[in-house]
Structure formats: C-alpha cells, structure tokens
Design a protein around this ligand. Structure first.
Ligand SMILES: [Zn+2]
Ligand SMILES: [Zn+2]
Length: 437
C-alpha cells in the first residue's frame, strides 16, 4: 500500500466511513470504539508501525472523507483524536473489527460463523441487547430455489404438518399434525373441511428473526446501551472482545519520521580520484554536494545517517563497504555522475545487485522522483555487478544521477539542480519507507 500522501488518520477514517451502519446515529463512545477497532485492523498495513504484516490490497480513496459535511467531519476528528494511537491487540496481534447490528441476546463463537477460531471472538452474553425480533413472510418457492430444491407439495416444507401421505388422486390418507398422526378424514372433521383432498396452498411461511447481523464481535445495540449507561469505548470493546489489551502507538512516528532507520550515504570518488570530469564539472564534488544535502534532509527527518566521506578525501571501495557492513543500514545510496564519449548520451540510471528486490523498489522511486523533478531522461534500472553492491550486506543502489558529458545533462549542472537531485532522492527514500515527506 502507499500510505504516501495519505495520513494514517485519513486512511483509518475513510475506512470507518465505509462501515455498513450509520456511525453518526450512535453514542460518541461507540463511534470511538469502532475507530479504535478499525485502527487496529489497518495498522498491519503500515510498514513502520511495528505490526506490519502485508500490503493493503484495497483501494485508498478519500472521496468519502472529503465530501463529508463539516459537523460530521468534526465529530469523526474528535473521536479519532480522543483515541489517538490506541489499538487493540490479542496476544500482541492487532484485532480486526467485527460487529453485529443486534445480537439478540448473545454473540457467537467465531467457529460457528467463520468456520475457524479467532481467539478474541468468543461467545458473549448480551443482556443489554433487547430481544428484538420481527415476523417476516418467506416465499417458499424462492427459499426452495435458493437451496436448489423443488417443492412438489407445499406441505413438504412445513414443520407443523409432516408425513403427509396421499393416494394417487391426491387425497390425504394420513398426516402428522404437530406430532400427532391423524387420518385425512379426521383432518376434515377437526378443520370442518368439505373434502379430504387438501393441498397446502400457502406460498409463504412466517419466520421469527431475532437480532440483526452475523453475531460476531461488538453488538452495536448492546454497545449503544452500554454507552448510555456511561460506559466508555474501552468498556465496550473489553465487553465484546475476549482476552484483549489496549496498546498506544505513536502515530506521528509511524508515518511522519524516519526514526529508527539507518541510511549510509556514499559520495562516490574523492581526493585524488576525481571520477568523471567535463571541463569545470568534477564528479567527486557534485557527488559530495548531493550526499551532504541528502544527509541533511534525511537526518532532519529522523533517520540515522552515515556518510562514507564528508570532505574531499581519498577513500577506497573496500573502506566504503566496511562502513556499510559495520553499520548494517536499512539501505545505502552511492552517488555518482556518469560520462560517455558521445555527448548525445544523457539521463539517469540506477544500478542494483541482481535479485535485490528491495533495491529495485527503491531504484524505481528514485528514477521517478528525479526525472519528475529535473526532466532528465529515465534510463532505467540496471543490474550491476559492482564491488560496492556485491560486497555490501545491505540493500543498496548506485545512482548515476546524470551524464556530465551529455549535451543536455551538462546544461543542467548548477547548485540549484544539484540540490533538486538530493531532494528528489530524499522524497524517494521517504516513499520507500512509506513515510510522508
Ligand atoms: Zn446484543
Ligand atoms: Zn562515479
């Protein structure tokens, strides 16, 4: 999932709005309980949360949130902020939201509904939930069709009249009425019928339906009455979810900072090794400028950054690799500028070691952001068997930012654009770690 550009809060709230009940038509504490459970369910899609399990496969669309009227938006915001960061876990695993509109006196064990055991979805008596029931007429033909049956005689599906036996003209010989066997003649007598050739013409049965919903998790009706008795969202969740604990996340940290991330930034060449040169353009200097700016941006965002060199000095490739292998960063980025005998060759390319899938992901983001920022040609991701890529024990990339010999690229070289490259790489790194820039 890309939480990029979408705050965790908006992500959670837009999903809360998709819950199939009128969330604004219930006590505030119930709304808070629903938000807490939804936050718990969604946190497994957030890479930096400590609970990351899998990418979010749904669509992230905030239209419902944007279109929401102000008063409702304020209510949602307040419910969110008052429960800021709180999630529910069972055995250190965040729970998902399950609810039933009205359980009719008790919720169910997950096995009987889902077919498998969910530890926190145990049967809970719900005395608060009124025995709400309604009588509805069911079309028997429809019901039979639904289960792939055909009704020969209407009476076949009636529990109160069973075992009807008829002669070949359809006259009732005998039947079981409410558990008592009687003859067709007796039926005539007791019901005052003119014939014993009787068909059960009714095309519907009446069902008493208790409660509403599948019966798992929070009973909304019960939760509402708890809230009306001054119970809060924690009481509600604890009542309907078994064996759970509340945990507090620092939401700002999980989406807004690179705290806890370690990044090695390697300015290629240096000292006596000038790298590529084209007139006044010297690769080692451009590399260092980009590296220093990148260091500043990533450090400000909370990442622990390590520069392989911060001045113009000699440093061997093996020393660079030693730094990487000693620090074991999440990623390393080696900054270079390319050259080619023909000036018609221009553009950015990024090198990865073979099968380093994470490096490919990072490379793609770097290419996208830099080409977007500088309108430089995208020369794509390349597999490179370079020493630094091969010998380093961390995911990393070599960014050949541009061709300093290129007729187009060389015109772009200036202080401002060098900083733009650094900023574009910075944004790519944030995106890679799913952190909002
Ligand atoms: Zn209930
Ligand atoms: Zn180089």
């Amino acid at each position: 999932m890309k939480i990029m550009g979408v705050s965790f809060k908006d992500f959670v709230l837009s999903n809360v709005l998709k819950i199939d009940i009128d969330i604004f038509d219930m006590p505030f504490e119930v709304l808070k309980a629903l938000i807490v459970l939804k936050r718990s369910e969604l946190v497994v899609h957030v890479k930096n949360s400590g609970y990351y399990k899998r990418e979010f496969s749904g669509e992230i669309n905030l239209d419902n949130l944007k279109k929401l009227e102000d008063t409702k938006k304020e209510l949602l915001d307040r419910a969110y902020d008052e429960t800021q960061g709180i999630i529910v876990v069972n055995n250190a695993e965040p729970v998902s939201l399950y609810f039933t509109k009205c359980c009719g006196g008790g919720t169910a064990n997950s096995e009987s509904i889902l077919g498998y055991k969910v530890n926190y979805l145990r049967k809970v008596l719900c005395r608060r939930c009124s025995e709400r029931c309604e009588e509805i007429k069911i079309d028997c033909e429809k019901m039979a069709n639904a289960i792939g049956c055909r009704i020969k005689y209407k009476d076949q599906i009636r529990e109160i009249i069973r075992d009807v036996s008829r002669d070949d003209t359809g006259r009732i010989r005998k039947l079981n009425l409410l558990g008592k066997e009687i003859t067709g003649d007796k039926l005539m007598e007791i019901l005052g019928l003119k014939s014993n050739r009787v068909y059960f013409k009714e095309d519907s049965i009446v069902l008493k339906v208790v409660g509403e919903g599948i019966g798992l998790g929070v009973c909304i009706e019960g939760a509402c009455s708890m809230a009306n008795e001054n119970k809060d969202f924690k009481d509600i969740i604890e009542y309907y979810y078994t064996g759970i604990e509340f945990v507090k996340l620092d939401e700002d940290k999980i989406v807004n900072t690179l705290e806890g991330r370690k990044i090695v930034i390697d300015a290629g060449h240096g000292g006596r090794d000038f790298g590529n040169v084209n007139g006044d353009f010297i690769e080692k200097d451009i590399n260092l400028k980009i590296a220093l700016r990148l260091y500043e941006l990533l450090s400000n965002k909370g990442a622990e950054c390590i520069l392989t060199r911060c001045i113009d000095e000699d440093i061997t490739l093996s020393d660079r690799v030693k730094i990487i292998n000693r620090k074991r960063p999440d990623i390393f980025i080696s900054i270079h500028q390319n050259s080619f005998p023909q000036e018609s060759v221009n553009g950015i390319e990024v090198y990865c070691f073979k099968d380093d899938i994470d490096a490919v992901t990072l490379s793609k983001k770097i290419l996208d952001r830099v080409t977007e920022e500088l309108k430089i040609k995208n020369r794509g991701i390349r597999e490179g068997d370079y020493y630094i890529l091969r010998e380093s024990k961390s995911t990393g990339v070599i960014v050949e930012c541009m061709y300093i010999t290129g007729n187009i690229d060389s015109r772009l070289i200036c202080e401002e654009n060098i900083y733009k490259i650094a900023e574009a790489i910075y944004r790519a790194v944030c995106e890679y770690f799913e952190v909002i820039v």
